[in-house]
Design a protein around this ligand. Structure first.
Ligand code: KG4
Ligand code: ZN
Length: 378
């Protein structure tokens, strides 16, 4: 859209000056199906990488939690079936809510998660995007789910948001059900992983420990709810768990030993009542978060970090959020996603997709060449 603005020169008072203010805006449809959430959104976007601004026209996420509860975790074949069933329904709802009149070509670009995640579910989103792209004759920008989480810090519920300038060097701690990594951000789209888990992801550890304590899936919110109830009460000195790799020289993590330690602890003190369950939840949360916080603080010091981003499903954890506020203080700018956008959503895929689209000078891969990559790295 080109908007011409004519105004009278205030100094001379007579010469009309014509300024051409180019306002290029485009509509993007974003799709997220990397795990058990089906997300579709439409946003109107404008600006370059450093001043991109977004307006959410419609945003929907359908969670499959209730379907996976009986399995105690995500059952991939079932997740795939649900995505296939939900995608057309959510698309229709999203298009309707967006109030876009052009039915032949409602958007100018499609962004879709192509990894990391569960390959069968990633494929459902990709093939759905490919069909739409052909029908509407629009390009597709494939997106890395973890880059999406990183950029979710800018999205909010107010419907309009901007990609803010951040001070470099910046660091991101990405914590989810499949990932735990410390990422050095040289600039957007230019990353270096400087630390990561050597075994389980921290979210996975929360989920597995929750299962040991007979708490429903997903375990993270359940453990943290119990832990918060117990936080300011007298400590049970018999309930102690290790902090794996806390003093290792590198910036890596390990959560599998911590999970096993919980199993042995439960066996030692069985039968466990409600109170001890909450005490175990608290000690586990303290141990896991202490590992995350300690290595993040170490990375901040080593790389003279000026901006810290904490994102991914586990960034909903209140104790983690509080501890990160403590270590950053006033000197380091801390960005956290709003609570409702810590989990998987397609707004973050839209932000990452758009920034990559601009960075690639609007070049996109051939539609049929886009493939799911479950192990995609930043
Ligand atoms: O990013 P996400 O929604 O999906 C993946 O990409 O994996 O992260 C899901 C993970 C689950 O393991 C879940 O238990 C964990 O995030 N989680 C939490 C909390 N809320 C969600 N972990 C700890 N505390 C929470 N409050
Ligand atoms: Zn995620």
């Amino acid at each position: 859209m080109v908007e011409r603005v004519f105004d009278v020169d205030k100094v001379t008072g007579s010469i009309p000056v014509s300024r051409t203010k180019i306002k290029i805006s485009m509509k993007i449809l974003s799709i997220e199906t990397s795990c058990d959430d089906t997300g579709i959104s439409i946003m109107e976007v404008k600006g370059g990488i450093t001043n991109a601004s977004f307006e959410v026209l419609a945003n929907n996420v359908s969670s499959q939690i209730s379907i996976h509860i009986p399995y105690g975790g995500v059952f991939p074949a079932l997740a795939k079936r649900e995505h296939i069933k939900n995608l057309p329904i959510i698309l229709e709802k999203t298009l309707k809510e967006s109030k876009i009149k052009n039915k032949k070509k409602p958007v100018d670009l499609i962004t879709v998660t192509y990894g990391p995640g569960l390959e069968p579910t990633l494929w459902t989103g990709i093939t759905f995007a490919q069909e739409l792209a052909k029908k509407w004759n629009v390009p597709i920008m494939p997106v890395n789910h973890m880059e999406g989480h990183m950029l979710s810090i800018f999205a909010n519920k107010k419907k309009k948001f901007k990609v803010l300038k951040i001070k470099n060097p910046a660091l991101a701690l990405l914590v989810s059900g499949g990932h735990t990594e410390l990422v050095l951000i040289k600039k957007w789209m230019n990353y270096e992983i400087i630390g990561q888990t050597l075994d389980d992801a921290v979210g996975e550890a929360f989920d597995k420990v929750a299962r040991m304590l007979d708490l429903p899936y997903p375990g993270g919110p359940e453990i943290s709810k119990l832990a918060e109830q117990e936080r300011n009460k007298t400590k049970n000195e018999n309930i102690k768990l290790p902090r794996p790799m806390l003093y290792s020289k590198n910036l890596d993590f390990s959560f599998s030993g911590l999970k096993t330690a919980v199993l042995y602890l439960i066996k030692k003190i069985e039968p466990i009542n409600k109170k001890t369950k909450a005490q175990i939840a608290l000690e586990f949360e303290n141990a896991a978060i202490e590992c995350l916080v300690h290595k993040t603080a170490k990375a901040i010091e080593k790389y003279k970090i000026k901006t810290l981003i904490v994102a991914g499903g586990v960034s909903a954890n209140e104790h983690l959020r509080n501890k990160m506020k403590e270590i950053t203080g006033k000197k380091i700018k801390l960005f956290l996603p709003s609570k409702e956008l810590t989990g998987d959503n397609s707004l973050m895929i839209g932000i990452a997709g758009y920034l990559n689209y601009i960075k690639n000078k609007k070049e996109t891969p051939k539609i049929d060449s886009i493939k799911a990559n479950g192990n995609l790295r930043l």
